[in-house]
Design a binder for this molecule. Structure first.
Ligand SMILES: Cc1cc2nc3c(=O)[nH]c(=O)nc-3n(C[C@H](O)[C@H](O)[C@H](O)COP(=O)(O)OP(=O)(O)OC[C@H]3O[C@@H](n4cnc5c(N)ncnc54)[C@H](O)[C@@H]3O)c2cc1C
Length: 446
């Protein structure tokens, strides 16, 4: 749909509108035909790719004609796990994708030890003492009785493995919240007693929710753009205020939309702030992530993994992923065959909204590069680009009723919340698309 003068400035009247053109909002727009209001100039939210030429600043939204650029993603490596078959069909239709088998380990830098993920099924990689203690503790764990994530981890994996990995890793991954938040997503660290026993002396097959994954041949942007082509997206529309009584959304550019009902994919805490609705319960916590994208010469000891979980690092990061180990198409075209380059994403967590100052981000970026060079993963870096993801992981206090109360308050005012951040839940791209399609179809205007 072409932008009209009323759309650009004045007040637009719509029966229904969608806020946010990430994967969820695009899927909702695609299924419903409703207008999507997106803050940025491009679709996809944190699931979008961009390009950087070696040694040159300035993000490109599209690959340059000569292919001489690194392809990075705003939110770090985004791999499509699981997914409903109907959603996977749609993904393949919009952006043909290739399937990959996960290669992932836990890396202990002090011991220079790599243990395949999930490490509880690979205890044979540890020395005899740790191995036998951990095995006994996992197999004789008491009947679970936990309140916090720390209780759950210690009771499930035992004190030995928690001290060696789960504790220090979750301290970094949750920015210190793991001792006070409720346990979440136990399926990410499954315990199968048979595999734990077998893994104490032999290797075991890969398990978990992400043993295989998809990635579009033309990059993740191809998927966001494919959805956006079937949508009426208005870019550069950042909602600043929502009057839930008069049902008016005001955007940063001063324009307004009067709606009868709103579908929002924006984070739940932001929607409560923007509407000013009162929720009695104390808000649940969240964590932000600083994603550092790096391209450069491949170090001699760069592992073959797609990503590594790191329980200790001097710079404070907890995960290092290797785009170019998944696919060489992430590298500048002329370097793809020689294996001379590597492209990396590094994630560091902060408590919600505590964004470091620009100078601190610069120092952190340099420290991280040096640490990866010391580990032998990287030579000279020729692309270095950080992105701050404000609401990256959502958590809840034990027994919290905030999420349900906040969703109810918005629903009462005809604001339907959909997607990972809107519903304050953990889910990946495929499930975000599924939920967007579902809510979009349910609200389709004939
Ligand atoms: C570090 C990290 C790694 C991840 N890795 C994976 C992975 O490997 N695989 C996977 O499947 N999933 C992964 N995810 C999850 C995945 O990113 C989410 O499932 C997905 O982004 C959810 O899409 P969304 O559209 O709901 O949210 P978003 O992508 O956050 O989209 C929200 C949209 O709303 C827009 N917006 C924000 N504020 C406003 C406003 N005021 N007005 C208008 N528009 C606004 C934003 O610009 C954005 O486009 C990861 C998440 C993180 C944080």
């Amino acid at each position: 749909m072409k932008p009209t003068a009323a759309r650009r400035r004045g007040t637009e009247r719509v029966p229904l509108a969608i806020l946010g053109g990430g994967m969820t909002g695009l899927a909702a727009g695609w299924a419903s035909g409703l207008p999507v209001f997106e803050a940025e100039a491009a679709p996809g939210g944190i699931c979008s790719s961009y390009y950087l030429r070696p040694g040159k600043p300035g993000r490109l939204n599209n690959p340059p004609g000569d292919g001489e650029a690194y392809r990075f993603e705003i939110g770090g490596g985004h791999w499509i796990f699981g997914g409903d078959p109907a959603v996977l069909r749609l993904i393949h239709r919009l952006a043909p994708a290739k399937k990959y088998e996960r290669i992932s380990s836990v890396f202990f830098p002090e011991q220079n030890l790599y243990v395949p993920y999930p490490l509880q099924n690979h205890l044979h990689c540890f020395g005899r003492e740790l191995r036998s203690k951990a095995l006994v503790e996992i197999l004789t764990s008491p009947k679970p009785n936990f309140k916090t994530m720390a209780d759950w981890l210690t009771q499930s994996f035992g004190p030995t493995l928690t001290a060696a990995f789960f504790g220090p890793f979750h301290e970094l991954y949750t920015a210190g919240l793991w001792k006070s938040i409720a346990p979440q997503d136990p399926y990410k660290s499954p315990i199968d007693a048979g595999l734990v026993i077998r893994g104490a002396s032999n290797s075991t097959p890969p398990i978990g929710y992400n043993t295989t994954f998809l990635y579009p041949l033309a990059g993740l942007n191809a998927l966001a753009k494919g959805l956006a082509r079937g949508c009426d997206v208005q870019f550069g529309k950042r909602a600043a205020r929502i009057d839930a009584d008069s049902k008016t959304a005001t955007f940063q550019d001063g324009s307004e939309v009067k709606y009868e009902s709103l579908i929002s994919t924006l984070p739940l805490n932001h929607m409560i702030e923007m509407t000013g609705l009162k929720v009695k319960e104390p808000p649940d916590p969240y964590t932000s992530v600083l994603v550092l994208n790096i391209g450069g010469m491949r170090g001699e000891h760069c592992p073959p993994d797609h990503w590594l979980y790191v329980p200790a690092s001097r710079a404070g990061f907890h995960r290092v992923g290797f785009y170019s180990n998944v696919d060489a198409s992430f590298l500048p075209r002329s370097t793809r065959k020689s294996a001379s380059r590597v492209s990396i994403y590094v994630e560091r967590t902060y408590q919600g909204g505590q964004k470091p100052a620009p100078g601190e981000i610069r120092d952190y970026s340099q420290t991280t590069v040096r640490e990866l060079q010391e580990w032998g993963y990287l030579g000279d870096a020729e692309a270095l680009d950080p992105t701050w993801i404000d609401v990256a992981y959502t958590w809840s206090w034990p027994g919290s009723k905030w999420r349900a109360a906040a969703l109810r308050a918005l629903e009462k005012h005809d604001i339907q919340m959909v997607g990972r951040y809107a519903r304050w839940t953990f889910q990946g791209i495929a499930d975000s698309i599924r939920d967007g399609l579902y809510v979009g179809a349910a609200n389709r205007i004939k």
